[in-house]
Ligand binder design. Structure first.
Ligand code: HEM
Length: 188
């Protein structure tokens, strides 16, 4: 039996969809302060919609991972490289769930939440997290700050992991001449 040398199609689709949406969401939040006044609220609402989409897709990706083994590492990879990539992938799974989840928790502690519903692209209402919404002030305001600090910390972790992840993949592809990008559906 020959072992597979690439991820399955659902894993590949989820990988690129989640990656693209995360990049779009980060760029949007970086530019929001430079946009005209009236654009701020719609941009943050779009950030929340994309983030909630990522949360759903990340849950599917975790489900895929616990039910499937990834293809074995390309031949020639050193043991430390395989261990490092396993650790980085594990941390990435935590971040792609923790980042949107902490945003959702932060938003659920928003004091104007009842006047400003959380929706998926303005089409579907998303309930906020009940116990957070029901927390009395001033504790709720404190939670609002704590969850934002988590959201920011996950974002910082994401930036570091993103550099390691992309840098590692390109090193294997270009310097070690391994079929790394092909594993994720790029090229034949
Ligand atoms: C793909 C998932 C997400 C990414 C990559 C992401 C990324 C970020 C980043 C980098 C920031 C700036 C943090 C800072 O200034 O230190 C931020 C802010 C914020 N995020 Fe997210 N986030 C995601 C999901 C969510 C979700 C699901 C929600 C809520 C439902 C949310 C709500 C917010 C809010 C309200 C802010 C503050 C915006 C402002 O007032 O300027 N985020 N996010």
């Amino acid at each position: 039996m020959t072992l597979p040398d690439r991820y399955t199609t659902p894993a590949i689709v989820l990988h690129w969809l989640i990656g693209t949406l995360i990049v779009v969401n980060v760029v949007m939040i970086w530019v929001v302060d430079f946009l005209p006044e009236g654009w701020t609220r719609p941009t943050i609402d779009l950030h929340k919609s994309i983030g909630m989409t990522v949360l759903g897709l990340a849950a599917m990706r975790v489900l895929w991972r616990v039910t499937h083994a990834p293809p074995p590492p390309p031949p020639g990879q050193k043991t430390w490289e395989v261990t490092a990539s396993h650790l980085a992938h594990f941390a990435l799974y935590i971040v792609i769930v923790g980042l949107p989840l902490s945003g959702y928790m932060h938003d659920s502690a928003f004091k104007l939440a009842s006047a400003h519903p959380l929706t998926l692209f303005g089409i579907i209402d998303i309930p906020r997290i009940g116990w957070i919404m029901d927390t009395a002030q001033p504790d709720k305001e404190r939670l609002h700050g704590v969850f934002f600090a988590w959201h920011s910390a996950f974002a910082l972790a994401l930036y570091g992991l993103f550099v390691l992840h992309v840098g590692g993949a390109l090193k294997h592809q270009w310097f070690d001449k391994q079929r790394e990008l092909q594993r994720m559906g790029m090229g034949s």
